[in-house]
Design a protein around this ligand. Structure first.
Ligand SMILES: Cc1ncc(COP(=O)(O)O)c(C=O)c1O
Length: 374
């Protein structure tokens, strides 16, 4: 679209609103709370919109908790894999709920929490997950995330009012159901001792085909059966398919017949999940799969990391310098993970408003690179 710079993360306002409306209706119909996981999306310019639909945010660090407090005007539900002692007082001042990754940490910090009237939970590990990629599976054997059931034979320590688990990733309601069965098997005996349960993130209810009615019935049944308040804290789901990343071809190199279109983005610096997961994003101008198309190009990132490229994409027409390549669904786990490796500039950030107008909300430059280090 005219006026959109390259490279630029473009959030589409109307698509964000559509996702948030769906999440809001689930929360209302199931009688639960839904908060946004800032680790997946922290573009605070749109927090006022998010606030209208959701119940706040979950933070996984002091900085995310401050962002929640400052820009969402609400105290965070905070879970850190391990708390930094020098930060805990401040975290406890701006959090309403604190989840601990271990019983040791709970005992270390419980007095501060109780003095301030915070709601405390222990993260537990249901030891069941349908997540296939080990990098994203919190229940992989030996996982450091969440206490295992053997520590709860004698119940739950005094002062803990909640349980927290996170075992899903881009999952559906049937994955949740199976995870809950395992959770109940291992931790069911604790449920009459607690008031609330945080079922983590990974609930991709905004994906086409997600069985919303099934999700609502699981949540309602669980609440009735165990008389606990349920909180979900998805991240990706709120901004699933709500925008794109623009890029353009800077050069084309041809080495022994392998053509690479060199782009003005870096996969490792700007969309690292494409290399880490790895996965092949959809592009507007060509195809990731259709090898019958006549022109094939690797898409090359602008860093000097050898592996900073995506294997062949296929096109109807030959690519030329200056052509646009638009990567779809580039809003979750992108802006939160970017780096300035190689000194590459950060893509601009913009919003395509519901009325069709485009607004750049942030441009980056040398100072952003310089100020990260000293
Ligand atoms: C503890 C916790 N909660 C919530 C989330 C958000 O998950 P998602 O963005 O997949 O919904 C994550 C993601 O890693 C997480 O680790």
């Amino acid at each position: 679209m005219k006026g959109i710079p390259s490279p630029c993360f473009v959030l589409e306002e109307s698509k964000l609103a559509r996702n948030l409306e769906l999440m809001h209706s689930v929360k209302e119909r199931a009688g639960i709370s839904i908060i946004l996981a800032l680790k997946g999306f922290a573009m605070w310019k749109v927090f006022p919109t998010i606030q209208k639909y959701l119940d706040g945010a979950t933070a996984s660090s002091l900085h995310e908790a401050i962002l929640c407090f400052e820009e969402m005007n609400s105290k965070a539900h905070t879970y850190c894999a391990a708390y930094v002692p020098e930060e805990f007082e401040q975290i406890s001042d701006i959090s309403s709920h604190i989840s601990f990754n271990s019983l040791n940490e709970y005992h270390r910090y419980k007095e501060i929490c109780h003095k301030k009237g915070l709601k405390c939970a222990i993260r537990v590990n249901p030891e069941y997950s349908d997540v296939g990629t080990a990098l994203y599976n919190p229940c992989a054997p030996g996982s450091r995330l969440g206490e295992t059931y053997e520590h709860f034979k004698d119940g739950i320590p005094e002062g803990i009012t909640g349980l927290h688990f996170h075992a899903l990733c881009e999952s559906n309601s049937y994955d949740l159901e199976r995870t809950l069965n395992s959770f109940e098997k291992h931790f069911g005996h604790l449920l009459d001792q607690i008031e609330w349960i945080n079922m983590g993130g990974g609930h991709l209810m905004t994906k086409a085909g997600y069985d919303i009615e099934h999700l609502i019935s699981i949540l309602k049944n669980f609440q009735v059966k165990h008389k606990v308040k349920i909180i979900l804290e998805p991240g990706a789901c709120a901004v699933w398919q709500t925008g794109y990343l623009t890029s353009r071809v800077l050069d084309i190199v041809n080495h022994h017949g392998i053509k690479t279109a060199m782009l003005d983005i870096s996969f490792t610096a700007h969309v690292p999940d494409t290399l880490e997961m790895p996965y092949r994003p959809t592009i507007r101008e060509g195809s990731a799969e259709d090898s019958a198309l006549p022109y094939a190009y690797r898409l090359g990132g602008m860093s000097c990391l050898s592996g900073d490229f995506l294997e062949n994409y296929f096109f109807e027409k030959e690519l030329h310098i200056g052509d646009s390549i638009t990567f779809e669904d580039m809003i979750h786990y992108t802006m939160v993970k970017t780096t300035t490796f190689n000194g590459v500039n950060h893509p601009s950030i913009g919003i395509l408003r519901s009325n069709g107008e485009f607004e750049v909300i942030r441009k980056f430059g040398y100072d952003d690179f310089k100020n990260r280090l000293s």
